[in-house]
Structure formats: C-alpha cells, structure tokens
Design a protein around this ligand. Sequence first.
Ligand SMILES: [Zn+2]
Length: 156
Amino acid sequence: MVDEIKYDKFGDVVRNNRGIFGDALEEHDKVEARPMPDGVHVEFQCEGCGSSTRVVIEWPEIIAMRYMVNPIYAFRGRPDIVQSPMSWTYNVTEQAWMPEARCQHKCNFFYGIRVLPQEPARWLEAARRGGFAYPHEEAISKGCAALAQQAAQRPR
Ligand SMILES: [Zn+2]
C-alpha cells in the first residue's frame, strides 16, 4: 500500500488536522484520518481482532469520488494511476462510498469504511492547507469531470 518512509513526511504539518474529517469516519471509535502525499491515511483498530490498521485511500480515488465517479470505472485499464486500488461501491442506503477493505492481519473483518460525498473535496483542501497537493489533481479532475458529464447525459 505505502512505504513507511513516505508515511511521516508531512506528519507534523497535518497531524492535528483530524478535526476536519467529520461525518462518517469519525463515527468509528479511535479512527484517525489524515492527508498524506499519497492519499488519506485512515488508521484505527480492527474491531474483529484489535490489530492496528491503516487503510490508504489514494488521491486519484478521492478525486474520482469527488465527481461521484467510481474509481474502479475512472481508472479502468490504467494501473499506473492508483498503486493499490480498492474495489469501491456507492452504497445508496448509507449514501456513502464504501471500499471492499478487510482485515489482513488474521480475522478478515469487513471494515465498513464510509466516505461521504462531501468528504473528498475537504480532504483535497486539507492537503493544500497542509502544504502539499496531489501533483496530477488537475488532469485527473478533468478526466473525472468528463466521465461524470457522460454519465449524466446517458439516457436512463
Ligand atoms: Zn482483524
């Protein structure tokens, strides 16, 4: 998912920003989500086995969700964009994006991470405030906006 060296690079800058990660992620006990150069790191303890866990939601995935485009669809055939893609679905009942993320320590517990539609824009803004921005944000935003527009125009 992510190498450990990268992990702390901007830690001091963004460590105290977690207050902005309201909504779905904060409903989990002891969850920490912070913007890092490769994406948003979500850290918590597995409710199944208690292991400390980190899930990285990469910036391209976050950009796609901002446009309400499924990252799987947005980057199909482009393995160069997302390092460790997760399988995302938009859960209509929860009104949130949910990745197929399970405990890889020992218990296979389904984490139930939820990303509300308004969160991606906040996270991108937090990265900018933290002094870094995903370098390809503009290009990926353009592509995702085009996909979103196509989807809106498609007859239902
Ligand atoms: Zn577990």
